[in-house]
Design a protein around this ligand. Structure first.
Ligand SMILES: [Zn+2]
Length: 209
């Protein structure tokens, strides 16, 4: 009995110690009730907006992440589920060729929102996710300060929205991802989180079919 309790208590840290795995996994297979809303597989994305040409950047609506990311998301989802909530994934692994295309399409003044492809995005490593929170019963997203991929100061963690519920929702997502999932944040995008050791993961460049 004592032994099994020890295993229970130490299981999360054992999971978190498994870093450096480049294997990509389909997150929906590991978390069946996670909501997948990969905008880059639709024409509803910032490249379409800024280029004026509606276009898809991905060839699949499936969402892949490194196994280490998946292990952390499982823990976050388990915790959210207790409140009838769950995660929605806007993006996970992103091919590096898509990163180049995004960067070249985006006007220079917005480039702080898209990582320079010469050094690569943590998304290209399968080590970053773009997420929000939904109500499981309806699939509806909680109110957040901006839409996904809104490139402006309102997307930052320190922005104070006039509706306090909106700030609470963003801060709840932040607390879940940081303190339950053990991810790190990105100050200018409320939806983006990554592994603390993301740079130790290889940059990848293959399209998912
Ligand atoms: Zn991101």
């Amino acid at each position: 009995m004592k032994h099994s309790l020890l295993i229970f208590l130490f299981a999360p840290s054992l999971l978190f110690s498994q870093i450096g795995s480049d294997e990509l996994v389909n997150i929906k297979e590991l978390i069946p009730d996670i909501v997948i809303d990969v905008r880059y597989n639709t024409t509803d994305n910032f490249v379409s907006t800024y280029s004026g040409i509606p276009q898809k950047l991905y060839s699949t609506d499936e969402c892949f992440v490194s196994r280490s990311v998946a292990q952390r998301l499982i823990i976050v989802q388990d915790s959210l589920r207790k409140s009838g909530l769950g995660l929605k994934m806007y993006d996970g692994y992103r091919p590096r060729a898509v990163q180049y295309f995004m960067y070249e399409t985006l006007p220079v003044e917005y480039r702080s929102f898209v990582a320079d492809p010469s050094s690569g995005s943590h998304h290209n490593r399968g080590a970053a996710v773009d997420v929000s929170i939904i109500t499981l019963a309806t699939g509806k997203e909680l109110l957040m300060p901006t839409k996904f991929d809104y490139f402006g100061p309102e997307a930052a963690h320190d922005y104070v929205h006039p509706n306090p519920i909106v700030n609470q929702n963003r801060e709840y997502l932040h607390a879940m991802m940081m303190y339950v999932g053990g991810f790190t944040d990105y100050v200018v995008e409320w939806w983006h989180y990554q592994l603390p050791a993301a740079t130790s993961y290889q940059l990848l460049d293959f399209q998912l079919k």
